[in-house]
Design a binder for this molecule. Structure first.
Ligand SMILES: [Zn+2]
Length: 286
């Protein structure tokens, strides 16, 4: 989709933080034996499974690709971000950070309340912070791309679930967050949807920005706004892959991603930014 402009290990040859792409907006970030997962969606249900009934987490895929976690972050609660999170929390004992909708999903799945952190806050306040092992987390209110005929798909909150998993369309968006992760003197920012809220987004010049591609053309001047608000040193493009296909096959781009155009505009709007993509389950050290 986008030509690699850095090779997977070249960001910091002596890097201590491992960043692994799990497909969609999902990442595993690891340092000193501790693991934070963001939007891990390993199940990758087929399109048919998404329309015929309740989704079900693929426990074999979860066990294989996300066997350990100390924290799991839900950037928002569409199924391709949040379906697997309660199951992962139950299996690993990880603490979940996310919206009230994410908390509702976890509650319905039987994740102990003490291991679920609601990171929504009143407008205008300081960003919610969290700490897990060596990781320091900050959650900034963000937004979802209006990629479905000018609208956010499945808008609203999840409050009415008493049994999970749900049908795909019941994974409503919930509150959306940009997440900053600090570990080992590195800063990583994750945007799980191709939109942002500049006000209060106080996490400029991250070492690495994990940037959602899907829907970016629906967000006005998206690459220029990302460059201005965040000025990242390096960007990994995510959520451009067809997530109805399993994880053990090479990634296939979703239609109409226009990744080359996004890379070109982002490169033009930023100074000295490095841009890249990883193969599915590929990793980079920073
Ligand atoms: Zn979404």
């Amino acid at each position: 989709m986008i030509a690699d402009t850095f090779s997977p290990r070249s960001l910091a040859p002596a890097g201590e933080v491992r960043v692994r792409w799990l497909g969609t907006a999902g990442f595993a970030i690891e340092h000193a034996g501790a693991v934070v997962l963001i939007d891990p969606y390993l199940t990758r249900a087929s399109l048919r499974r998404c329309v015929v009934g309740r989704l079900a987490p693929d426990v074999a895929a979860i066990a294989r690709h996300a066997p350990r976690a100390d924290a799991v972050i839900a950037g928002h609660t569409h199924f391709d971000h949040a379906l697997d999170i309660p199951e992962i929390a139950l299996r690993t004992g990880a603490t979940v950070f996310g919206s009230r909708s994410a908390a509702a999903l976890c509650r319905a799945a039987g994740v102990p309340a003490a291991r679920v952190r609601d990171v929504e806050r009143a407008p205008g306040g300081e960003p919610v912070v969290g700490e897990v092992g060596p990781f320091q987390l900050r959650f900034f209110p963000s937004a979802h791309a209006r990629l479905l005929l000018g609208r956010v798909p499945f808008p609203g909150d999840i409050s009415d679930c008493d049994q999970v998993p749900l049908r795909a369309e019941r994974y409503r968006c919930g509150a959306v967050f940009a997440v900053e992760i600090r570990v080992a003197d590195r800063r990583i920012v994750h945007l799980g949807s191709a939109e942002l809220v500049e006000a209060g987004l106080d996490c400029r010049e991250p070492d690495l920005l994990l940037l959602c591609v899907a829907g970016w053309t629906a967000s006005s001047a998206f690459p220029e706004r990302v460059a201005r608000a965040l000025s990242p040193r390096a960007v990994l493009f995510s959520h451009w892959d067809n997530f109805f296909l399993p994880l053990d096959r090479p990634a296939v781009a979703l239609p109409a991603m226009q990744g080359e155009r996004l890379a070109e505009r982002l490169g033009r709007a930023s100074r000295d930014v490095r841009l890249g993509v990883l193969p599915l389950l590929g990793e980079v050290w920073i």
